[in-house]
Design a protein around this ligand. Structure first.
Ligand SMILES: CC(C)(COP(=O)(O)OP(=O)(O)OC[C@H]1O[C@@H](n2cnc3c(N)ncnc32)[C@H](O)[C@@H]1OP(=O)(O)O)[C@@H](O)C(=O)NCCC(=O)NCCS
Length: 176
């Protein structure tokens, strides 16, 4: 996968140099609450995410995971990724580092990966799911153009507990 340019941001593929950073960011309370990650989150979980999910599944075309960086400084601001379902659709996932929040990083990154996936991978629809009550994630999805479709019962597992989810989607051709 090549880099994707997104205004003042750039999306670049993961490398094994990102393991420590993923580990550190994953200690954040909001990630622990709203992302489907192990808790407690250990360094081997970060290694598995980077080396297996981002790199190996990336090579197999089953995932597309990117680090979101400040294009000028190279500072790592977050992560955005797609889990391919093999039927022309994928599910988007994202987080940003606490210090970068509230600056529109996630919506810009989500728009960029969706545009890339529609044009380069030929995807037809991208789905977003978030735990009901994750207002910040919902705002990101709305700003990136997703249409909220409703809620799904017990469709996510957070901290070992099944929780209800909002679901929304972006269809090819809807991005401005
Ligand atoms: C959800 C998340 C990715 C948003 O990223 P972001 O780059 O801050 O996105 P935005 O700048 O567009 O802000 C989105 C919303 O976050 C809230 N927000 C604003 N500043 C914030 C801050 N400093 N800290 C936390 N949330 C903030 C606001 O509700 C904002 O919506 P608004 O623009 O309508 O006011 C980020 O909060 C995060 O990583 N959360 C934990 C992981 C997570 O929930 N991931 C999504 C799982 S589905």
């Amino acid at each position: 996968m090549d880099k994707i340019s997104a205004g003042w941001l750039v999306l670049r593929p993961f490398t094994s140099m990102d393991v420590e950073w993923v580990y550190e960011v994953s200690q954040d309370a909001a990630l622990q609450q709203y992302v489907q990650i192990p808790s407690p989150y250990l360094i081997e979980h970060a290694r598995y995410f980077v080396e297996h999910i981002a790199l190996e599944l990336g090579v197999r075309g089953e995932r597309a995971e990117f680090v979101v960086e400040d294009a000028q400084t190279g500072e790592r601001l977050g992560r955005v990724g797609l889990g391919m379902r093999g039927d022309g659709t994928a599910e988007v996932g994202y987080w940003t580092v606490p210090a970068a929040r509230g600056r529109g990083v996630a919506p810009a990154a989500v728009q960029a990966i969706c545009r890339w996936a529609f044009s380069e991978l030929g995807l037809e629809l991208i789905e977003w799911r978030a735990e009901i009550g994750n207002e910040a994630s919902r705002r990101v999805a709305e700003k990136a153009g997703f249409v909220l479709e409703g809620s799904l019962r017990k469709r996510l597992v957070h901290r070992g507990v099944r929780v209800d989810a909002w679901v929304g989607s972006l269809v090819r051709g809807e991005l401005p």
